[in-house]
Ligand binder design. Structure first.
Ligand SMILES: [Zn+2]
Ligand SMILES: [Zn+2]
Length: 579
């Protein structure tokens, strides 16, 4: 599929146009197209063949033609022209947090800075300070930003990793000789960001599996093509390793290659105390020079041989280490909590519709939620202050409420809730007045601007929002954008306290670019008595399928069903959220 390649080019074009100072409308058109294409579940070439490109939101004829051009020739002329004028590497410069298009252009025009290395040099040498409007604090932020960006580029978000591994596994499963297949590594632990993908296979014909693997359509280059291990680089420069494992030791290998490293070290230390040994080949008892295999075929057997209950991959992290191994580090957990499951989710509070920047109507969103077996869905569009996202005016709220009431008239076992994602302004005030806010079924409050405020001020904004009598939840509480923007600086403990004191829920935003709160935050907040809501922040119906990533974060944070409000039935949920 060429979807991602095209989305990437359109995204670059939007940014290059921004640097060039193009009109906002044109920039947004490319940006929206990029986002919508990246989120397509169908092959864009197929859509084009079937003349259905116009079904993709935001694709006018000009953009459709460019897609056709790329599919036919592998190039887009307008893009080639753009990068003649502006070096593409300026995009990296622009993407550095606290640089942006205007400064990138300024640096390029005045100092001929065209890549990150150049930016770093000029910052270090004090040259940036000579430019108008650039202060010492700006330079400091830019240097910090370069670090964030470079750390992010080495990792992909969980959504990308899961998509890619699903594709590869589906292709390998078609081979008759593949008996078992599983991801391992940080992907199996569902870490928020992933460096590379590990896959384990049981097969009677390893050579055939390896040959098939290195000739997958996703492969750009082959690093290793061995008999039991191969390693490839995909078109998106993602490394994928495949190992063929003997079925007899699959459990031990899976345990070993799933990690985390620290978790494995812990298991090994505990084993040594009991004269046992843990390796990728099994769990062994050791007496003098002789070793006896205790377990190796399944992970369950291996854990049992070490005296542990089965520990789900999401918990094999440093995050809950003390709960697993006690303060001294050598205790053994007796019982693992039964973690939240995707099937426990009964609805969600945070999706958008065409009333703000969503792609689908309220009706379409509700239908999709119903098909997922949900009992309710709150349509929480933006408030007016967020102009770029088409915040809903007070006038339009009435229309929206009426539409929801009418649709609800037709449902017996489902309810659309009248919601909002209301802006928290720079002083912690909300974007609708109290009377209007009291009319919503669900109010989630969010910060979308003023990230650079002081820790104290940002914390106070969130605390004030938590204490508002109509606010039910804080959306994406830390503002992180994985690989692009660090979380803003807040006293998270204070925010947790305010949330608990005022019966306000903290969101786990399931969108893979956010995953905010992350699992470490969740684990801490849980210890403070916080309760959670998991939302996808869907901007189109199919995004509601991203819920699994929010559930993964919740599991990594040790949450059970009772910690999460949207596992409750509609009536029970409405009862519990009363302030
Ligand atoms: Zn938001
Ligand atoms: Zn939102």
């Amino acid at each position: 599929m060429k979807n991602l390649e095209i989305a990437q080019i359109f995204e670059r074009m939007s940014k290059l146009l921004e640097i060039q100072g193009e009109i906002v409308f044109k920039i947004r058109a490319y940006e929206r197209a990029a986002e919508n294409i990246a989120n397509l579940t169908e092959d864009i070439a197929k859509l084009r063949e079937e003349k259905r490109l116009s079904e993709v939101g935001g694709l006018g004829t000009a953009l459709q033609e460019k897609i056709g051009e790329y599919l036919d020739t592998g190039k887009i002329h307008a893009y080639e022209e753009l990068i003649q004028k502006i070096p593409e590497s300026l995009l990296d410069v622009m993407n550095v947090p606290s640089v942006g298009p205007k400064k990138a252009k300024l640096f390029f025009d005045e100092l001929k800075i065209k890549d990150i290395e150049g930016l770093r040099k000029s910052a270090d040498q004090g040259k940036l300070l000579e430019l108008p409007g650039i202060q010492a604090k700006t330079v400091e932020n830019i240097l910090k930003g370069i670090k964030v960006l470079q750390a992010g580029q080495e990792r992909m978000n969980l959504g990308v990793a899961v998509d890619l591994s699903d594709q590869i596994i589906a292709q390998l499963k078609k081979l008759k000789s593949v008996k078992k297949i599983s991801v391992a590594g940080s992907l199996r632990r569902m870490k928020e960001t992933i460096r590379d993908i590990d896959i384990l296979v049981v097969s009677l014909d390893p050579q055939k599996v390896m040959d098939a693997f290195v000739s997958l359509p996703q492969v750009k280059s082959v690093n290793v093509h061995g008999e039991t291990k191969s390693s490839i680089l995909t078109n998106e420069n993602i490394q994928v390793d495949l190992r063929v494992i003997d079925e007899k030791i699959f459990g031990a290998a899976l345990l070993y290659f799933t990690g985390s490293k620290n978790f494995n070290v812990k298991l090994r230390q505990i084993a040594i105390k009991e004269h046992k040994k843990v390796s990728e080949y099994g769990i062994f008892s050791v007496k003098g020079d002789s070793e006896k295999t205790l377990a190796s075929k399944t992970e369950e057997d291996c854990f049992q041989a070490l005296g542990f209950p089965y520990i789900p991959p999401e918990l094999r992290e440093d995050i809950g280490e003390k709960e697993l191994f006690g303060d001294e580090g050598f205790a053994k957990i007796k019982k693992v909590p039964s973690l939240l499951e995707l099937e426990d989710i009964k609805g969600e509070w945070h999706v958008h519709s065409t009333y703000s920047d969503g792609h689908d109507t309220i009706c379409a969103m509700a239908e999709s939620a119903r098909q997922r077996g949900y009992q309710y869905l709150a349509i929480s569009d933006h408030s007016p202050r967020l102009r770029v996202a088409g915040g809903v005016s007070v006038e339009d709220l009435k229309k929206k409420k009426k539409e929801i009431d009418e649709l609800n008239g037709g449902y017996k076992d489902f309810r659309i809730l009248f919601g909002t994602e209301v802006e928290i302004d720079s002083d912690g005030n909300l974007d609708y007045n109290d009377k209007i806010l009291s009319e919503f079924d669900i109010v989630i409050a969010a910060i979308h601007s003023g990230f650079e405020q002081s820790r104290d001020k940002l914390t106070r904004r969130l605390v004030k929002a938590c204490s508002h009598k109509s606010v039910n939840a804080i959306a994406h509480p830390t503002g992180v954008h994985l690989g692009k923007r660090d979380p803003y600086d807040i006293d998270f403990k204070e925010v947790c306290k305010a949330a608990v004191d005022h019966n306000t829920y903290l969101e786990i935003n399931a969108f893979p670019h956010r995953l905010d709160l992350n699992s470490a935050h969740v684990y801490f907040a849980r210890s403070q008595g916080v309760r959670f809501v998991i939302n996808t922040d869907a901007h189109r119906a199919e995004h509601m399928g991203l819920m699994k990533f929010g559930v993964a974060v919740a599991r990594r944070g040790w949450l059970t069903k009772k910690d999460v409000v949207n596992t409750l039935s509609l009536s029970e949920m409405l009862k519990q959220i009363k302030k």
